[in-house]
Write a protein that binds this ligand. Structure first.
Ligand SMILES: Cc1cc2nc3c(=O)[nH]c(=O)nc-3n(C[C@H](O)[C@H](O)[C@H](O)COP(=O)(O)O)c2cc1C
Length: 180
């Protein structure tokens, strides 16, 4: 049992990746975890300015955007789940803004080693390599920062709203809760 932060990355009403996030949330809560969900597409995010002044003013980022509002939750959490659709063979821009700002934890010497991390993603094409540059930045960056990847759910062939329901994506996302 612990605290898990889920970052959604789609603003679609009947979003496939958000459906996986919700399936994970329900299963993780049923196991007694506290799950906090943010949707990056509803947030005012500017990414990283590269000033290297992270935490020098007490806040994660000197440029005050909504990342500062979730930074403490991310630090307190035992696990992070990133749910997002593939956009142009990578993650959506808003998700990348969150990942860029997570750099502040490294600059600010915050301990994020051992955080359990999972990715829930889907794409329209029926080719698993479409996920390579969506998942790769998390895995390479996470390796540097000592994150503990406990499993991903990557579902190809999912295009229209709600199409995830024709797959086992939500079931697999729920099963992933056992790893947290
Ligand atoms: C801007 C944009 C870019 C996309 N790029 C890709 C892509 O490169 N490869 C792919 O297979 N699907 C791509 N898609 C399709 C989405 O990944 C797919 O529809 C997904 O199921 C959307 O998930 P969501 O319902 O959670 O938003 C793209 C969709 C949009 C809107």
């Amino acid at each position: 049992m612990g605290k898990i932060v889920v970052i959604e990355g789609s603003s679609r009403k009947n979003s496939n990746s958000n459906a996986m996030a919700q399936a994970f949330k329900e299963a993780a809560e049923a196991k007694g975890n506290e799950v906090v969900v943010y949707n990056a597409t509803n947030m005012n995010l500017n990414g990283c300015h590269g000033c290297m002044k992270c935490y020098s003013t007490g806040k994660a980022c000197c440029y005050d955007d909504d990342f500062n509002g979730i930074a403490d939750d991310l630090l307190e959490a035992d696990g992070w789940v990133f749910a997002f659709p593939v956009y142009w063979y990578t993650m959506p821009g808003q998700t990348k803004c969150i990942l860029d700002n997570i750099f502040s934890f490294a600059v600010g010497h915050k301990d994020v080693k051992g955080k359990k991390v999972s990715i829930l993603s889907c794409c329209e094409e029926k080719d698993m390599t479409v996920f390579d540059h969506a998942v790769g930045p998390f895995e390479r960056g996470g390796k540097l920062m000592g994150w503990n990847f406990v499993g991903n759910v990557l579902v190809p062939g999912v295009g229209g709203e709600g199409a995830i329901e024709q797959t086992d994506g939500c079931e697999r996302a729920a099963a992933l809760a056992d790893k947290f």
